[in-house]
Design a binder for this molecule. Structure first.
Ligand SMILES: *[C@@H]1O[C@H](CO)[C@@H](O)[C@H](O)[C@H]1NC(C)=O
Ligand SMILES: *[C@@H]1O[C@H](CO)[C@@H](O)[C@H](O)[C@H]1NC(C)=O
Ligand SMILES: *[C@@H]1O[C@H](CO)[C@@H](O)[C@H](O)[C@H]1NC(C)=O
Ligand SMILES: *[C@@H]1O[C@H](CO)[C@@H](O)[C@H](O)[C@H]1NC(C)=O
Ligand SMILES: *[C@@H]1O[C@H](CO)[C@@H](O)[C@H](O)[C@H]1NC(C)=O
Ligand SMILES: *[C@@H]1O[C@H](CO)[C@@H](O)[C@H](O)[C@H]1NC(C)=O
Length: 441
């Protein structure tokens, strides 16, 4: 019989803080995690000054007691030198998530059935840059022996599995901005199909580097219109949106077979939500641009609903991918409008208005916010949505069918929710979460 899968642990490192409590309370307080690169210490020396886009979502530096990031709070100095930053974030978020779930496998049997699935969109762009520069300017002897293992995007999974002796599936997805959704979705299927009983799953990214921002800037993917007002720069579904905000962080969940969670004494209170569906699709359209009608997004959401056994009318909330790009938001909105045309109760919002776009970590972090909105019956606001849609080719009425939760969060019963992520390369993923009830639904 196919297994039920529940979420029992959460861990976060985001531009709003280190730890679920800090990220959550800052976002409830309506804070923005976005800053200007002009405030960075190396603004001129590191070349940020040449780049046209100036807004980023950076994990704040400082002591852990204030919900900020200092590697010394998590690692001995020699150890942190061996770990790329995206891997560091993932180890910290895994520790939080596994502590929350009260699950550290100790017997050999438990280790064998606990797996890992953590990916990154880019891996370590810092190490790639530094090693390239040193090879070019100094030569062979300056290439670090650890460069390749440090940089590989599956090394977060490798390091987590070694630290916690997770000997089940050792998996890592790298599907650009859909990485987090696919990591959690694949883990859901592993448990459903009995490859593992517990999976530590998520996405991690630390690509705030002048090379990354310069490249996204040259491709005109990132915003430039709001350089002087960072907190206004990310405006999903708004007519003045002009690109995403490059951000970093990590989200890790513990997924668990329901019977396993109950057998070790967890109760309904300890279970955040149930994962009930997963859909994925390809656009077969263009390397970075979605099709106008949002066909790929439509098929991912449709497949997800079919597996979940839920009708479009039953969905209460969609945590949209909506990165604040002109065509991405439009095509996602069209896909939603088509699939949910008969849903009068649907709320849609995008966390990217306060966080920016965490690339490979986005889907995992936003899944955690979706899970929390199910647990607490609160849907969060979309900030900066002052004038929905609004372009000639983007008529306003297409953005008025649903409740976009403008400006303020709302109390709302959330029984079923979707979380979307779409990535460069034409890849789309959707997860469906529901409130956990002890009786089978
Ligand atoms: C765990 O897996 C290893 C390797 O397959 C096997 O030798 C061992 O017996 C397993 N342990 C348990 C308790 O199942
Ligand atoms: C993590 O991976 C690095 C290679 O990138 C390795 O040198 C280090 O020993 C690993 N640490 C742990 C705790 O697994
Ligand atoms: C998981 O895979 C990584 C990368 O291939 C490897 O370094 C690590 O040792 C593996 N972990 C385990 C527990 O086998
Ligand atoms: C993200 O969305 C969740 C779910 O709606 C919400 O509770 C949370 O406040 C949002 N966070 C941010 C940073 O907007
Ligand atoms: C949201 O807030 C902005 C800025 O304060 C304001 O201009 C706008 O009218 C508000 N929108 C709604 C629907 O309340
Ligand atoms: C599906 O994936 C593609 C990858 O290019 C992405 O750009 C697009 O946004 C997704 N589809 C839609 C309609 O959003």
């Amino acid at each position: 019989m196919s297994k039920r899968v529940v979420v029992t642990g959460l861990g976060l490192v985001t531009p709003l803080g280190v730890g679920v409590k800090h990220s959550w309370s800052n976002l409830i307080a309506g804070k923005s995690g976005l800053i200007s690169t002009t405030t960075l210490p190396g603004y001129k020396e590191d070349g940020w000054d040449q780049i046209t886009s100036k807004v980023i979502g950076k994990v704040p530096s400082g002591p852990l007691s204030e919900g900020k990031w200092n590697p010394n709070d998590h690692f001995a100095e020699a150890e942190s030198r061996r770990l790329a930053e995206f891997t560091q974030y993932s180890l910290a978020a895994s520790q939080e998530s596994m502590t929350d779930a009260k699950w550290f496998p100790s017997s050999e049997e438990e280790q064998n059935y606990t797996g890992i699935s953590v990916g990154s969109g880019i891996g370590s762009i810092q190490d790639t840059y530094e090693n390239s520069v040193k090879l070019d300017s100094i030569g062979y002897k300056k290439t670090q022996p650890l460069f390749i293992p440090k940089m590989l995007s599956n090394m977060a999974a490798g390091n987590i599995s070694i630290r916690y002796k997770l000997r089940g599936p050792n998996h890592s997805v790298s599907t650009a901005c859909a990485t987090g959704i696919h990591s959690i979705g694949d883990s859901y299927n592993f448990i459903k199909n009995n490859y593992a009983k517990v999976m530590v799953a998520g996405g991690t990214e630390a690509s705030i580097h002048p090379l990354g921002l310069a490249a996204f800037s040259r491709a005109r993917s990132v915003t430039t219109k709001f350089n002087d007002e960072p907190e206004k720069a990310s405006r999903p579904f708004d007519k003045d949106r002009d690109g995403f905000v490059l951000a970093e962080g990590c989200g890790i969940v513990v997924l668990e077979e329901l019977e396993h969670a109950l057998s070790r004494g967890l109760t309904e209170d300890d279970i955040y939500a149930e994962v009930i569906g997963y859909g994925l699709s390809g656009d077969a359209n263009h390397i970075t641009a979605p099709p106008e009608d949002g066909g790929g997004a439509y098929r991912a959401m449709e497949m997800c609903l079919q597996f979940a056994g839920v009708k479009p009318e039953q969905i209460d909330y969609i945590n949209a991918h909506a990165t604040s790009t002109v065509i991405g938001d439009r095509s996602e909105n069209r896909a939603i409008s088509n699939l949910f045309k008969n849903n009068k109760n649907l709320a849609i919002s995008s966390n990217k208005s306060s966080l920016g776009h965490l690339l490979g970590a986005a889907g995992a972090v936003e899944s955690i916010f979706t899970i929390l909105s199910i647990k607490h019956d609160i849907v969060s606001p979309t900030l900066n949505l002052d004038n929905p849609g609004g372009r000639d080719d983007d008529p306003k009425h297409l953005f008025e069918k649903f409740d976009y939760v403008v400006n303020k969060s709302q109390q709302k019963q959330v029984r079923f929710a979707l979380c979307n992520s779409f990535g460069f390369g034409g890849t789309n993923g959707t997860l469906c979460f529901s409130k956990y009830k002890s009786q089978a639904q």
